[in-house]
Design a protein around this ligand. Structure first.
Ligand code: NAD
Length: 267
């Protein structure tokens, strides 16, 4: 039996992770964390998200959840994730981090935390996107500088960070395969008399509208042809299932930083 605690417990992702965890026999929900001041602190998480009584009371104290959890699953906000990791750094608990939008310094801190215990950090936990990441590198190695690379991502109107963590991960994979540096070669928007496209640039464009769960298209534009690869998530359950799979996988690992490619055996 693996005891899991969930941060951002009443959020869009937290809700689905907790709901789906109820169907997995090896998992037991042991904790639910929300932000200070949240109206649901002190209530039973099951009653808040429509599962009925679970006996797990929502708290705003990370220590209360960490002392009783084998793994903490985190889909909250970058500052919340880092604050929580720092708060338990002297008694670290394996963490599965799905939160996106971290700064370089924050990513560095996650790396330090992972030296102490098993940590999965992945901006997209779906099987499809992680397969795509593998395929993208293979394509880019063949198309090379002859094909222009553009990424277009679309998400719901409530998403706070841009471009999506997934689009940035795709850009990193493509840049590595093409021997480019994203700091120099990423172009995040275009407007006005910008001149011809350079061969090296990797365009990353963002759409925000309605309730789009998450869509990513990578376009390789050559002369006389183009390749477009699109992933569409139609439900958050694909990410939630990935996070639960990562929690079951992580307990058998040694301390270190892992991603979903590791979890899915794609490396
Ligand atoms: P959301 O806004 O619905 O939920 C976030 C929750 O975190 C909220 O309930 C909020 O109150 C809570 N929270 C804020 N501060 C907290 C704190 N200090 N401690 C505990 N909880 C706190 O957002 P969401 O759609 O569920 O997404 C959450 C994050 O997950 C975002 O960064 C999003 O981009 C990312 N995400 C990742 C994947 C993936 O596969 N990795 C998939 C979807 C979303």
């Amino acid at each position: 039996m693996l005891k899991i605690a969930v941060t951002g417990a009443t959020g869009r992702m937290g809700n689905r992770i907790i709901t789906l965890s109820q169907d997995i026999e090896e998992l037991k929900l042991s904790g639910a964390l929300e932000r200070k001041g949240d109206d649901n602190i002190g209530k039973d998480i099951g009653e808040v998200i429509g599962l009925g009584k679970t006996g797990v009371i929502i708290t705003d104290d990370i220590h209360t959840v960490s002392k009783d959890a084998d793994v903490i699953i985190d889909f909250s906000s970058p500052s919340a994730t880092i604050d929580n990791l720092k708060a338990i750094s002297d008694k670290p608990v394996p963490f599965v981090i799905g939160t996106t939008g971290f700064s370089k310094d924050e990513i560095e801190y996650i790396g330090l935390y992972a030296q102490k215990t098993q940590t999965v950090f992945a901006p997209n936990m779906s099987v499809g996107v992680n397969l795509l990441l593998k395929v993208l590198a293979d394509i880019a190695k063949v198309t090379g500088d002859d094909y222009d690379v553009e990424i277009v991502e679309s998400h719901h109107r409530l998403k706070k960070d841009a471009p999506s963590g997934t689009a940035m991960k795709m850009a990193q994979v493509l840049a590595a395969a093409l021997n480019r540096n994203l700091d120099d070669d990423a172009i995040y928007s275009r407007h006005g008399l910008i001149g011809e496209r350079t061969q090296k640039e990797i365009g990353i464009q963002t759409v925000r509208a309605g309730d789009i769960v998450g869509e990513h298209t990578v376009l390789f534009g050559g002369l006389g042809e183009r390749i477009e690869i699109t992933h569409k998530a139609s439900s958050r359950d694909t990410f939630a299932r990935g996070a639960l799979r990562a929690s079951l996988w992580i307990r058998k690992q040694t301390p270190g930083l892992y991603d979903m490619q590791d979890v899915l055996g794609l490396k």
